[in-house]
Design a protein around this ligand. Structure first.
Ligand SMILES: [Zn+2]
Length: 127
């Protein structure tokens, strides 16, 4: 076998191998699909040291944090991380006690829920 022929075979094999590799790689790529985030089912009371890393469903009561109580409008009772998107928002006493429903205040989230017995999250239909 001449050197040229061997080179041709070698490069053909190499091309075929890399083509296979490419093909296999493309088969293994699973398109990323946005999975619905697992929804919190319970309110979880946390302390003010968790304010910077609250998880969905976490609640900090303003009355327990004097530094916040002094600067936040008295109409609000707690800071809650939306059980769906996790963003923090203020809720009133009547929302916390379940009398009024809570609607996430962020445009990119449509979470609508009620807090039952100050601990259960009851999801409501989005209207
Ligand atoms: Zn939200």
């Amino acid at each position: 076998m001449s050197v040229t022929a061997r080179n041709k075979i070698s490069s053909a094999l190499h091309a075929s191998r890399s083509a296979r590799r490419r093909k296999r790689c493309s088969c293994e790529i699973i398109p990323f699909k946005a999975q619905p985030a697992p929804q919190a089912t319970r309110v979880h009371h946390v302390f003010d040291d968790a304010l910077d890393h609250m998880y969905p469903g976490d609640v900090v009561l303003l009355n327990e944090v004097e530094s916040l109580r002094n600067i936040v409008d008295p109409a609000f009772f707690a800071i809650m991380a939306c059980p769906l998107c996790g963003k923090r928002d203020l809720i009133t006493q009547s929302q916390y006690s379940g009398t009024d429903p809570v609607i996430c205040g962020y445009d990119d989230c449509s979470c609508h829920f009620r807090i039952g017995q100050q601990c259960d999250l009851i999801y409501l239909p989005v209207n």
